[in-house]
Write a protein of this length. Structure first.
Lengths: 198, 75
């Protein structure tokens, strides 16, 4: 039984710089080799990685949709892992191919399309939104000032102050009782052991 | 009075949001990043406000994005 799968593959930018179609054919040929029917395969994006993968800081992402028998997937994954051009891969089953995907894949195959050359491995993406640390001019509006909600009334505070000394005296009494209680326990123990010794 | 006030504030009804209108996708990194802490941890349901199913979808999407290097594991 064949299922529709979505596959995302990270390609080494060195291979993409040399020839995009050759790099793309590594993926498609491997898929077809394992009995897959490739519906779409297109360049999704080129971006900086959150952490280095195989000593690469940037990579080109290739998104593809294909049908493949489930039993062929482990061998296919193994082949992608062994390929040095493919930095990482992700396959997941999907219900259907998105509607926009076929249009985007067709646009890539047109004659006008040209893959932009990937930047250097150390290049940093430009940050679009610059946080100036000032919340007052943000679109969300000014932040709500921090306030502590106080539910106590004056009567409550007075009652709490009155209770405090009473609690302290109770605590002192409790400590005295425990101290005297220990002494009585010892005497009881002595009394209990005396008949046994006789 | 204080206990009553606390219960009234928390209550049993919390506004939960779902991901039916906009399904969570591992490619939508901007949306997923909103549900991370400053240290890169996935926020809990109390913070995200998602229903249980959407919280599981969020977890899966973030882990897929991490696997592909789109999002960091830490920080």
């Amino acid at each position: 039984m064949t299922t529709i799968y979505e596959g995302m593959y990270l390609l080494d930018n060195e291979a993409v710089r040399q020839d995009w179609n050759a790099a793309k054919s590594i993926i498609t040929s491997t898929l077809e080799k394992h009995g897959a029917t490739v519906h779409t395969a297109r360049r999704w994006d080129e971006r900086r990685l959150a952490y280095p993968i195989k000593k690469r800081n940037r990579a080109t992402f290739l998104l593809s949709y294909y049908e493949i028998p489930g039993e062929n997937i482990p061998a296919m994954r193994r082949e992608f892992e062994l390929n040095d051009t493919v930095l990482r891969s992700l396959e997941m089953a999907v219900d259907a191919i998105p509607e926009t995907e076929t249009e985007l894949a067709a646009a890539e195959q047109s004659a006008d399309f040209s893959v932009p050359t990937p930047p250097d491995d150390d290049a940093i993406d430009e940050v679009e939104v610059i946080d100036d640390g000032d919340d007052m001019d943000d679109e969300d509006g000014p932040r709500r000032p921090r306030t502590r909600r106080v539910s106590r009334t004056e009567d409550d505070t007075k009652a709490a102050d009155e209770k405090k000394p009473a609690d302290e005296t109770k605590a002192a009494e409790a400590t005295d009782e425990t101290a005297s209680g220990d002494g009585t326990d010892d005497s009881k123990k002595e009394g209990a052991t005396a008949p046994v010794e006789d | 009075m204080a206990i009553k006030g606390k219960l009234g504030r928390r209550g049993n009804t919390r506004n939960r949001r779902t991901c039916d209108e906009q399904p969570l996708d591992y490619k939508d990194v901007e949306t997923l990043e909103k549900h991370l802490t400053a240290y890169g941890q996935i926020q809990g349901r109390r913070r995200t406000g998602y229903v249980a199913k959407c919280q599981r979808d969020l977890k899966l999407a973030i882990k897929r994005a991490r696997h592909l290097g789109l999002m960091p594991f830490v920080g």
